[in-house]
Design a protein around this ligand. Structure first.
Ligand code: PHE
Length: 466
């Protein structure tokens, strides 16, 4: 028998906030709003909410229960459950390893904007081409990435309770308040756009919340479903071993069912609020076309919005990017922690030393990703129909290829080999009721495997359904 880990979360609150820290990241504040803007506003929200309550619940429950019951990391957990399924642990381990190579690069970009607003240079950042000039520069993105990585490493270095838990408890409530304040502020604004039309924040809120069924076809609906589904994985940090690792640090008496619900509410709440601040802001300043900008929404459109706000824009801009920086930091911490925890048992190296080694290796990999925008530049067509650089290729492998595959295999393994009962026992081991037990069992056995298979085939281009 493996002895129990010494380190862990002090209690339920620490766990929930740390897990929410992992879940709430650039995915919530940047990816969610632009998907909502591009996918018919309220319609996307409805689809997403439906998925959170079914798929999100099932996948998050599975990861956390596996972690707590085995008290192991993904690399060992699956093998402990069933010797033949050890490979699934290895596959799962690959995801944080890949994400780590580029998440610090994005963290570096966010840090750059924090510095820009801190030094009052916001209007310069609003100029066309600023973002591209920055990410293609030879040195600056690397320096900022290293800065962000160092901050991440420091938190992880101090351990689960003293580092991660303490940091999350300090940052997460503040982040929530900041999102609410900015969202409410944006809703009070009124602005005349370059097209001479006056729009209000409340109208923007309407565009964001009211479902747009115009031109809706089955194909388009399925595409929205696909977007919402991959957003859900990324946003909840599931199917990548992270929640297994965090689950392994949870005390046996903690009510997991309630924790899962709280993490979901936190993660979805922040995403919805982020949408309520960004979508109306962009709508007011550049109308509906501006909202279809896609990924560049955050780094290109928002600085324009902040500049147009005048003096107060400096403060709002700074507040926004600081918040984003912290959200990205707690997420990156969870990725690094997972890598450290997995490798520690693999190589039998003490945690602090392992933390330094992995940070150094990640720094090397992230430098390559940064160079992907200049020296190592290339652009390839990806199987899902987009064109990408090095960073996008890594993102594609982890999010579009590995994550659906891992969810598919995990659901087959848990649903049919271990049986849902194995998870249910863990959920009820603390003496609390496992709400949604019947749905869980149905989802993990029938719905998740089918949908994941479709998602996997579609996003790898092996088979196109729509
Ligand atoms: N869930 C985080 C977000 O929404 C992203 C993330 C991905 C975090 C992978 C950890 C690991 O941004």
């Amino acid at each position: 028998m493996e002895h129990k880990k010494k380190s862990g979360f002090s209690g339920s609150l620490g766990f929930v906030l740390a897990a929410a820290g992992s879940a709430v990241g650039v995915g919530n504040i940047w990816r969610f709003p632009y998907l909502a803007a591009q996918d018919g506003g309220g319609l996307f929200l409805l689809v997403y909410l439906g998925l959170v309550l079914t798929f999100g619940f099932t996948l998050l429950t599975t990861d956390i229960a596996i972690g707590r019951r085995t008290k192991q990391n993904a690399l060992q957990a699956f093998g402990t459950m069933h010797r033949k399924w050890n490979f699934l642990g290895k596959l799962t381990f690959l995801v944080p390893a890949i994400i780590m190579t580029y998440y610090t690069v994005i963290g570096g970009w966010v840090s750059k904007y924090v510095l820009v607003y801190l030094t009052g240079r916001g209007p310069a950042a609003a100029e066309d081409g600023y973002f591209t000039r920055f990410i293609t520069a030879p040195v600056a993105p690397i320096v900022l990435m290293l800065l962000f990585l160092a901050a991440t490493a420091i938190v992880v270095y101090f351990g689960v309770e003293k580092g991660i838990e303490r940091f999350s408890k300090a940052v997460m409530p503040g982040l929530l308040v900041l999102v609410i304040v900015i969202a409410v502020f944006v809703l009070t604004l009124k602005q005349t756009g370059p097209d001479g039309v006056q729009r209000t924040g409340l109208q923007g809120l309407g565009v964001y919340l009211i479902p747009n069924f115009e031109g809706l076809t089955v194909g388009r609906f399925l595409r929205i479903l696909l977007d919402a589904m991959s957003q859900l994985f990324f946003s909840l940090s599931v199917s990548m071993g992270i929640m297994i690792t965090y689950g392994s640090y949870v005390k046996d008496e903690v009510n997991l069912s309630r924790s899962v619900r709280q993490i979901e509410i936190f993660d979805t709440g922040v995403a919805l609020l982020a949408g309520a601040m960004i979508v109306p802001a962009v709508f007011m300043f550049s109308g509906t076309e501006g909202m279809a900008q896609g990924p560049s929404l955050m780094f290109e459109a928002l600085p324009k919005v902040f500049t147009a706000m005048g003096g107060v824009g400096h403060v709002v801009g700074l507040a926004f990017f600081v918040m984003l920086g912290f959200a990205a930091l707690t997420s990156c911490v969870s990725i690094l922690e997972t890598l450290v925890a997995n490798c520690k048992t693999l190589f039998h190296i003490p945690r602090k030393k392992m933390c330094i080694i992995i940070s150094a290796v990640s720094a090397g990999a992230a430098v390559l990703i940064c160079l992907g925008y200049n020296v190592l530049f290339f652009s390839v067509a990806l199987p899902n129909g987009t064109n990408g650089q090095l960073l996008d290729v890594m993102d594609y492998i982890s999010n579009s290829f590995l994550m659906p595959l891992i969810s598919l295999l995990t659901s087959l393994f848990v649903g049919w080999v271990m049986k849902p009962k194995w998870i249910e026992e863990e959920m009820e081991s603390s003496g609390h009721t496992f709400h949604g037990k019947r749905m869980y069992s149905f989802m993990i056995r029938f719905v998740v495997p089918v949908i994941m298979a479709v998602l996997f085939l579609q996003s790898t281009g092996i088979m196109t359904f729509f």
